[in-house]
Design a protein around this ligand. Structure first.
Ligand code: FAD
Length: 486
């Protein structure tokens, strides 16, 4: 069939920037249809949470990688910007497309916009087909015995685990049918996704965005770290986790592909522990749970799920917030994490919990300020996961850490960075200190500090708060809202 006689379909790429295991693409390519792969940059349509700086950098690289991969199949990516509905209408008219295919998004504002677009396009006489390209379970598929959304992870995941489908993911198409003439496309550079200041050197050094990079990272994880995941996932000083989060966020890899690869990679050297697979799988489960919660409780992006926290006596303090953002709190594990974040766009999960806890409990700064900073600086910034992470830490979300359990940044450092390698890497000012003082340099005698070249209060700060006092203050603040809600 010649391309002029074929059915023409717009494949609207959003957060599914891959070609393999792509249900929308697979369905669109049936019957040799002509495909017009399209990306539309409409940052204002996601609500208040416009893509942050690190996320935009990643998006640029990922779109470039997708365009290259499409060109290998005889196709290309059409890039547009502006109102998504108008651009889709224009594109459909220009290309005489009969159908539009996309993968569903679940964030409240995006989902609402998509419903409107779907309705309007149908009224225009276009076919619209949407698919699940991102999750193992769509948020509405799982409910408790009363038909209500879950608010406790273990019960949610137990239910999911019973229904987990394990099927071989589809491969990428070998060729894509191109239209006789391509519609107009703007240059990727015109979207200005990359920051003008060169802060991204560390991002470039640490990551390979795109489907190929995601696949390579998965293989590396399966080879090197999965076997030890249960033991090492809490250690920021080793490569104990998958680092797949930014790839998952933009859909460069699907959770189904990860599951399948894990099943295909049986114990290669006899050391595989079932506990590690279970533990890793349940982290993917937290991602599912985060989407479930955000779908059912859309207000949680900036309001606490547990109402009593609306009256929490937070203390917004820009100077303390700035010290936290810059990694200058005087608590080495917190500072190491915040500097890792600034340099690489990523922070280890254990350190995210410690650094976030320090902000909301030691400094009493509202969790929303932390969520905003993470949103702008994380390459994996994800509305569902970030909201869950912050509400969990602040104690105001579903299945959250109890408020009174307050992380001690010194003992957390000693426990999870026992050789001090992580702190020494990111806080080089403390590199020469003996291990026993690295996580609490203020405890070192003057002579030890002098010998290590550490000048507290000068090149490395004194602690900006006393943890023991801060802990008491936080507990007293919590008592206030507890009393009010009784
Ligand atoms: P792995 O341990 O290899 O886990 C595999 C995958 O499971 C991850 O890639 C991620 O998709 C998912 N996952 C793991 N832990 C969690 C979790 N606690 N919640 C939800 N999904 C999880 N994750 C994000 O992807 N984006 C965010 O914006 C984000 N913000 C966070 C903010 C705070 C305050 C906290 C405490 C956690 C946040 N997380 C976020 C969750 C978690 O820290 C990261 O997903 C994880 O560190 C990514 O590293 P990894 O891919 O090596 O994880």
């Amino acid at each position: 069939m010649s391309s002029s006689a074929s059915r023409r379909t717009i494949l609207w790429f959003r957060r599914d920037l891959r070609l393999a295991d792509h249900p929308a693409l697979l369905a669109a390519t049936q019957n040799d249809a002509v495909i017009i792969p399209t990306f539309i940059w409409s940052p204002d349509e996601g609500g208040a949470w416009k893509p942050g700086a690190a996320g935009k950098w990643w998006l640029h690289q990922s779109l470039a990688a997708l365009d290259n991969a499409l060109r290998d199949l005889g196709s290309r990516l059409i890039v547009r910007r502006g109102n998504a509905l108008e651009e889709l209408r224009r594109l459909a008219a220009e290309t005489k497309a009969q159908a539009i295919y996309w993968s569903r998004q679940y964030e409240p504002t995006a989902a609402k916009r998509d419903s409107k677009i779907e309705k309007e396009l149908r009224e225009d006489g276009l076919e619209v087909h949407t698919f699940n390209g991102a999750l193992l379970f769509e948020p509405w598929e799982i409910a408790n015995a009363e038909g209500e959304p879950y608010q406790v992870f273990t019960a949610y995941w137990r239910n999911c685990s019973k229904q987990l489908r394990r099927q071989a993911p589809s491969g990428a198409p070998r060729k894509l049918q191109a239209p006789g003439r391509w519609p107009e496309s703007v240059e990727l550079e015109a979207l200005q996704l990359e920051p003008s200041v060169d802060w991204v050197g560390g991002l470039r050094e640490n990551w390979t965005p795109g489907e190929g990079g995601a696949r390579a990272q998965l293989e590396r994880f399966l080879d090197r770290s999965l076997g030890h995941y249960a033991d090492q996932r809490n250690r920021p000083d080793v490569e104990g986790t998958s680092r797949l989060s930014p790839h998952l966020h933009l859909g460069e890899i699907s959770p189904g592909q990860i599951l399948h690869a894990m099943d295909q990679n049986p114990d290669s050297d006899g050391r595989e522990m079932p506990a590690s697979r279970r533990s890793f799988l349940s982290e993917l489960g937290w991602r599912e749970f985060a989407h479930h919660l955000l779908h059912h409780f859309p207000h949680t992006v900036d309001q606490p799920l547990r109402d009593q926290f609306a009256a929490f006596p937070w203390k917004d303090d820009s100077k303390l917030l700035r010290a936290w953002q810059k990694g200058r709190t005087g608590y080495p594990i917190v500072d190491a994490g915040m500097r890792e974040l600034w340099t690489t766009g990523w922070m280890h999960n254990r350190v995210r919990m410690v650094a976030a806890s320090f902000l909301v409990k030691d400094l009493l700064i509202p969790w929303q300020r932390g969520a905003e900073w993470f949103w702008d600086t994380l390459v994996d910034a994800d509305l569902a996961n970030n909201t869950l992470g912050w509400q969990w830490t602040a104690g105001c979300g579903a299945d959250a850490a109890p408020y009174f359990r307050i992380f001690n940044p010194v003992s957390q450092g000693q426990k999870f960075d026992p050789l001090c390698d992580y702190v020494r890497k990111w806080v080089p000012e403390l590199r020469e200190l003996p291990d026993r003082y690295v996580h609490a340099p203020w405890e070192a005698p003057d002579s030890v500090l002098a010998e290590a070249g550490v000048k507290l209060g000068q090149q490395y700060p004194e602690p900006i708060v006393d943890h023991a006092e801060a802990r008491n203050r936080a507990l007293a603040a919590y008592e206030k809202i507890k009393k009010k809600s009784q």
